[in-house]
Design a protein around this ligand. Structure first.
Ligand code: GFB
Length: 317
């Protein structure tokens, strides 16, 4: 697989996050040293700072992986923060990229942009065909605005801004805070703590019946580099593994990986969210890309990472 060779610097926005850090690993692995800035060095919600950065660095290619993200509870509790921060980051980065002549940009969306009851697996043309899942509607609307801005800029200004829609992600560098994380890191932490502290049970939120598809972030990063090289159309592209799993089964798999003898109970006061979220990845497969990390292997690797970073992993639990 070739690497995103460009006529100037490659900028990864959000390089400290789950996706951005995987992109940096992937690019560095093939000899590309991307330009990065921490949040303190560059506040992407500040249009003047963003403009000055683009004027100075003149990136040729941009991976827009900076976003405010979180699990079902964080989305439900802080919808105002999710919509404001994401809209601001997207608006400023996409517009600076247009004004400073960025050659190509990849925007990261999310599978939650599709309607709550979209036919499964969800193809790209399901976008904007029905009501969204209420727990993450604010975040989804921000991401839909980002997708639409890329398409509108392509149509009006000829900007080559493409969009990838990843399914639920996991991997090293994830957020392990039990209040704000996604399900997979939350369950790794819960089973790990049950093992360490000798607890008898682990509590799952909701009914355990919703189904989700999980993609290792290193696979996503590889797909993003692939799309940057090979995809030259304004149409969005789903990135997933093509298989989903019930949350209850995921918990059983994580219990096996952590190797702990505890029972699993349900907290039905917590929301289930969307009943099922499985992407149709035909478009990406036809281009010749498939994921390479299977779920058990990916969970084992993530658990190994968590154990060595347990003290400094993002968590306040
Ligand atoms: O990963 P998650 O927080 O987000 O939850 P979504 C997935 C499912 O796992 C839900 C259940 O049905 C949760 O109720 N679950 C069970 C748990 N136990 C836990 C737990 O301990 N922690 C968490 N977090 N969940 C998010 C969206 O939706 O997906 C975002 O809110 C984004 O906007 C992201 O799109 C990919 O898959 O439901």
């Amino acid at each position: 697989m070739s690497t995103a060779r460009s006529r100037g610097p490659v900028y990864v926005a959000g390089h400290r996050g789950l996706v951005g850090s995987a992109l940096v690993r992937r690019l560095e692995g093939s000899g590309v040293e991307p330009v990065v800035r921490t949040r303190t060095e560059l506040d992407l919600t500040d249009p003047i700072a963003v403009d000055a950065f683009f004027a100075e660095e003149r990136p040729a290619r941009v991976y827009l992986a900076a976003a405010k993200v979180g699990g079902i509870q964080a989305n439900d509790e802080y919808p105002g923060d999710f919509i404001r921060e994401n809209l601001a980051i997207q608006l400023h980065v996409l517009d600076a990229a247009r004004r400073h002549g960025v050659e190509k940009l990849l925007f990261l969306g999310s599978s939650c942009i599709y309607p709550k009851h979209a036919a499964q697996p969800m193809a790209e043309d399901a976008l904007l065909t029905g009501p969204l899942e209420p727990t993450n509607q604010a975040y989804a609307v921000a991401k839909i605005a980002g997708v639409e801005m890329c398409r509108a800029y392509w149509r009006q200004y000829g900007c080559r801004f493409i969009s990838a829609m990843p399914t639920n992600l996991y991997g090293p560098g994830d957020n392990f805070d039990l209040e704000t994380s996604h399900v997979l890191p939350a369950l790794l932490r819960k089973f790990h703590e049950a093992k360490v502290h000798g607890h008898r049970e682990v509590v799952l939120w909701g009914t355990g019946t919703p189904r989700r598809e999980f993609l290792h972030v290193d696979d996503l990063a590889d797909a993003c580099v692939f799309l940057m090289d090979r995809w030259d159309r304004p149409d969005i592209v789903n990135v997933g593994v093509g298989e989903d799993i019930a949350i209850r089964e995921l918990a059983e798999l994580i219990r096996e990986v952590v190797d702990v003898d505890v029972s699993i109970t349900l907290d039905r006061e917590k929301p289930d969210g969307t009943p099922r979220k499985l992407l149709d990845t035909t478009r990406l497969q036809e281009l010749g890309w498939t994921p390479s990390i299977d779920l058990r292997d990916g969970i084992e690797r993530t658990y190994a990472w968590f154990r060595t970073h347990v003290d400094d992993a993002r968590s306040h639990a």
